[in-house]
Design a protein around this ligand. Structure first.
Ligand SMILES: Cc1ncc(COP(=O)(O)O)c(C=O)c1O
Length: 356
């Protein structure tokens, strides 16, 4: 039986990437030892880090004004590090509250600054960026590009006409082209679209480094990490090497345009199966549905449970909705094959025919 994972992260990786990582773990082709043993000060590691940064620049058309930082601590650490690094003398920041992850970002930023919630979603629909009541003297404006737990995704980008934009793109960085030049800072954990857990990517515009809070511990300071080339202390060498392979894979498979096209196709198959059925429901407004996390329910929570157990028996794993939300969630990131979406649709039809 072919097995497919629909986990929201760590997520499936392409077989080629896993093969390349396995080879690096045995012996680096361009280094003296296994990637696990390679000192971060070795030139072979510098080549890996610079290779990853170079591919990031190419894929995103990242302007020279922006730095690429390879950090640790997950996106969750960024929830409080963003205000600690960027608040400067403004003392307040704008936030868009749209679901579970933006709520957590707000909660964890609030000890560090005054929070202005300048737009809110209702759990089903996102507030359009042109309706956000942004404050001109805020230090920055933070939003969550894709609400992984709720299945919501922004498909329109805000303008950069006020305080610098900051986005949590943990679920959708490298899944579609976007206007990075409008952003002051973007952050993402790697374990969904960029490889494995342990690496947190921060892309930051030069002028924001100047706000740096000198009292922060060096590994947590964007300015210190930027001037040390992300090597203030030992960086997550293995996770960076995995990201390097994944970035090359994205690049050689059509880049972000193709990643977006594939994500659209996979998610459209599943949303169509939901919309054409009288059995499954997705409560998210059509324009705001995520291409990466497709949330749905059967008519009852008892049937949801049966769906999850029966799907696992058929080799379809990790379809459980977020623990705070329930129902089902199919997460399909860059490494997900089209076959996974097809197998899920086939199973949904079978289950509906049996229990609908
Ligand atoms: C949008 C978003 N932000 C933040 C996080 C937290 O990431 P981490 O567990 O790496 O801290 C997640 C995790 O799923 C997420 O989806």
């Amino acid at each position: 039986m072919t097995r497919y994972s629909f986990a929201s992260g760590p997520a499936p990786l392409p077989a080629d990437v896993i093969g390349a990582v396995a080879a690096d773990v045995r012996q680096l082709a361009s280094g003296p030892c296994s990637i696990l043993e390679l000192p971060f000060t070795h030139p072979a590691f510098s080549r890996i880090l610079e290779g990853a940064a170079g591919t990031i620049r190419e894929l995103l058309s990242l302007p020279d004004t922006h730095h690429v930082l390879f950090l640790q601590g997950g996106a969750t650490s960024q929830f409080s590090l963003v205000p600690q690094n960027l608040i400067g003398s403004a003392a307040q920041a704008d936030y868009i509250e749209t679901g579970l992850w933006s709520h957590r970002a707000i909660e964890q930023a609030s000890p560090w600054c005054k929070i202005n919630i300048v737009a809110r979603g209702n759990g089903q629909t996102l507030p359009r960026p042109d309706t956000w009541a942004r404050t001109s003297d805020a230090a920055y404006c933070h939003f969550t590009a894709n609400e992984t737990a709720n299945g919501l995704q922004f498909h329109r980008w805000p303008d950069d006409n006020s305080a610098p934009l900051v986005a949590d793109m943990t679920a959708d960085l490298f899944t579609r082209p976007f206007p990075i030049d409008r952003f002051g800072l973007v952050y993402a954990s790697a374990q969904k679209n960029l490889g494995a857990t342990g690496l947190t990517l921060v892309l930051i515009r030069q002028d924001l480094l100047e706000r740096s809070n000198g009292a922060l511990p060096a590994p947590l300071s964007y300015a210190r990490q930027a001037s040390a080339g992300s090597k203030v202390n030992t960086p997550p060498t293995l996770a960076i090497a995995i990201a390097n392979h994944m970035l090359k894979w994205i690049s050689s498979h059509g880049g972000l345009v193709e990643m977006e096209e594939k994500a659209k196709q996979r998610s459209a198959m599943i949303y169509s199966a939901i919309d054409e059925s009288m059995f499954y429901t997705c409560e998210i407004t059509a324009d705001d549905r995520s291409m990466l996390n497709i949330c749905f329910r059967t008519p009852t929570s008892r049937l949801d449970k049966l769906f999850l157990n029966s799907a696992a028996d058929e080799g379809l794993f990790d379809l459980c909705g977020h623990v705070d939300i329930g129902g089902m969630r199919a997460s399909l990131y860059n490494g997900a094959p089209r076959d996974a979406a097809e197998a899920l649709v086939q199973f949904m039809k079978y289950f509906e025919a049996k229990w609908g």
